[in-house]
Design a protein around this ligand. Structure first.
Ligand code: ES4
Ligand code: ZN
Length: 325
């Protein structure tokens, strides 16, 4: 059975927004203990609201949901709950994004979020044996100046943050808008990734490569529209962190059977499978692997390649990778 094979395959998750792992049940729990009013009466009502026709539809409700996260304990509990699910799916390493500006903009200090997340990550390693790294993601609908402010706030944590990302509304906010803050991030020793080619055109992927000098592309689906770009990504051995159930929920693909993941592998692209915002998109890493495998008929060889890519494409040090693939 492919599903048992998949669960038994040691995997890394490279594209996970921790705020996107907030399950409706937990949203009510945090709202209750923080005395916050929610515009929903029940878990069912929340789930019914998760019908999106594009990225912005989702982002509006995702930022609203994150409002229940108030204390260090909230961030820790959220993180540990994610790792329990990821571990059950055979995940042994995860590199998780958080959106500091989503929290600092509403008065929650950077350190409250970061300390809580790091505490959850440490506990996950002790209790579950899952290793992890933390990536701060700049919100691209805000200014580059605001991203610089976030980088300054991150300063005391830079020994515990592996890299930066770029997320939120893609169209109208090209990677080039953040060229200077990416250069500054690189100079501080941080790894670089950026969401590109999810809804945005291939030009945005070129910009992430040439303008930001990223180490990893998040999504990258629309790269396939440009053969010269595909050639470049293959030549660079660039990792793409692909998120099949996210693509389905956000109408980036109309059917999983038409998902480009298999085509990416056939073209020699270094693709990986990830869950993005599992509480909103209907599945954690395991469901992403099993649903994609069923829809595209992936072979065991392809599954092994995807698992290997998830480690070689990670921000683990070379020596750490060698012992795990
Ligand atoms: C995101 Cl799916 C996706 N795309 C862009 N930004 C995001 N933030 C959280 N999930
Ligand atoms: Zn994402």
């Amino acid at each position: 059975m492919q599903n048992d094979f998949i669960r038994g395959l040691p995997k890394a998750e490279l594209h996970l927004h921790i705020e996107g792992s907030l399950e409706p049940e937990q949203m009510f729990e945090f709202a209750r203990r923080n005395r916050i009013d929610l515009p929903f009466k029940s878990v069912e009502e929340v789930r019914a609201a998760y019908a999106f026709s594009n990225l912005q539809d989702f982002l509006d409700i995702y930022y609203q949901g994150a409002g229940v996260l108030q204390t260090e304990e909230d961030f820790r509990d959220l993180t540990l709950a994610y790792f329990r699910r990821a571990a059950a799916d055979g995940t042994v390493h995860a590199e998780i994004f958080f959106d500091p500006q989503t929290h600092t903009e509403r008065g929650i200090p950077f350190a409250v979020a970061a300390d809580g997340l790091l505490a959850g990550m440490a506990q996950a390693e002790t209790d579950l044996g899952v290793t992890s790294k933390l990536i701060l993601s700049y919100l691209r609908h805000l200014s580059e100046e605001d991203a610089f402010k976030t980088l300054r706030e991150a300063e005391p944590f830079l020994d515990r943050i592996v890299g930066v990302g770029l997320d939120s509304s893609e169209l109208g906010h090209p990677p080039s808008k953040f060229a200077r803050v990416y250069k500054a991030s690189r100079e501080r020793g941080l790894k670089l990734s950026a969401h590109a080619g999810e809804e945005g055109p291939p030009e945005y992927v070129w910009e992430a490569l040439d303008g930001l000098a990223v180490d990893r592309i998040d999504h990258g689906n629309r790269s396939l529209e440009d053969p010269a770009l595909v050639k470049r990504l293959v030549a660079d051995g660039m990792t793409l962190t692909v998120c099949p159930l996210s693509n389905l929920k956000l109408c980036v693909v109309d059917d999983l059977a038409n998902h480009p993941l298999k085509r990416m592998l056939d073209l020699g692209l270094k693709a990986t499978i990830n869950s993005d915002d599992p509480a909103y998109f209907g599945g954690y890493i395991g469901e992403n692997w099993t649903a994609t495998t069923a829809a595209l008929g992936l072979t065991r060889d392809e599954l092994a390649t995807l698992a290997r890519n998830s480690f070689t494409g990670s921000f683990l040090a070379q020596g750490e990778i060698a012992s795990r693939v």
